[in-house]
Write a protein that binds this ligand. Structure first.
Ligand code: GNR
Ligand code: NI
Length: 168
């Protein structure tokens, strides 16, 4: 397994739309292993392949305290179960250091595949619902900062670009 570099806003590669996973083999297993390693090391609760510059439709999540409940969603599709929205403070490993409140559908149904290719369905609400929607957005080239004001987004971008220049 290997740590992968996480792309940071406003990297244009974060805007690519990922393609479906079609081959369920050892390479996919290695990729999933790298994604968990990278997510755990960065202290994130989720990671989409897009964030490590792999433009395929898969994501990993682990919301547990002990980091012992890994979830993998391949080719995920979401449907909204309730019109009701819920607000959550969101952060992103690709927008380090910034947190903003985002409203999203509260309850969702997700269909996806396991690493074997086996299909499954699940329902989610609360943080899990937020996180799954946040990760699927990455696969579609979207970031949580797209939901806040253009002014705030611009400020975040300028600060991150400045920080990056200073540490370069
Ligand atoms: O680590 C993360 N925390 C988080 C908090 C609230 C809503 C979404 C997230 S996902 C984020 C990791 C990440 O960037 N995933 O793409
Ligand atoms: Ni993110």
């Amino acid at each position: 397994m290997a740590l992968r570099q996480i792309l940071e806003f406003p990297d244009p590669r974060l805007r690519k739309i990922a393609s479906p996973v079609t081959v369920f083999d050892g390479n996919l297993e290695n990729l999933i292993g790298d994604m968990f390693e990278t997510m755990y090391e960065a202290k994130g609760i989720g990671l989409a392949a897009t964030q490590i510059n792999v433009h395929e439709r898969l994501l990993v999540i682990d919301l547990s305290e002990e980091k012992d409940q890994p979830m993998v969603l391949i080719n995920p599709k979401v449907s909204i179960l309730e019109d009701e929205l819920s607000e959550h403070d969101e952060g992103c490993l690709s927008v380090p250091g910034y947190y903003e409140t985002v409203s999203r559908p509260r309850r969702i149904r997700v269909s996806a595949q396991e690493k074997t290719g086996q299909s499954f369905e699940m329902e989610a609400e609360g943080l899990l619902s937020t996180c799954i929607q946040h990760e699927i957005d990455h696969l579609d080239g979207k970031l949580f900062v797209d939901y806040i004001s253009a002014l705030k987004r611009q400020r975040i971008r300028q600060k991150l670009e400045k920080e990056r220049k200073m540490s370069a």
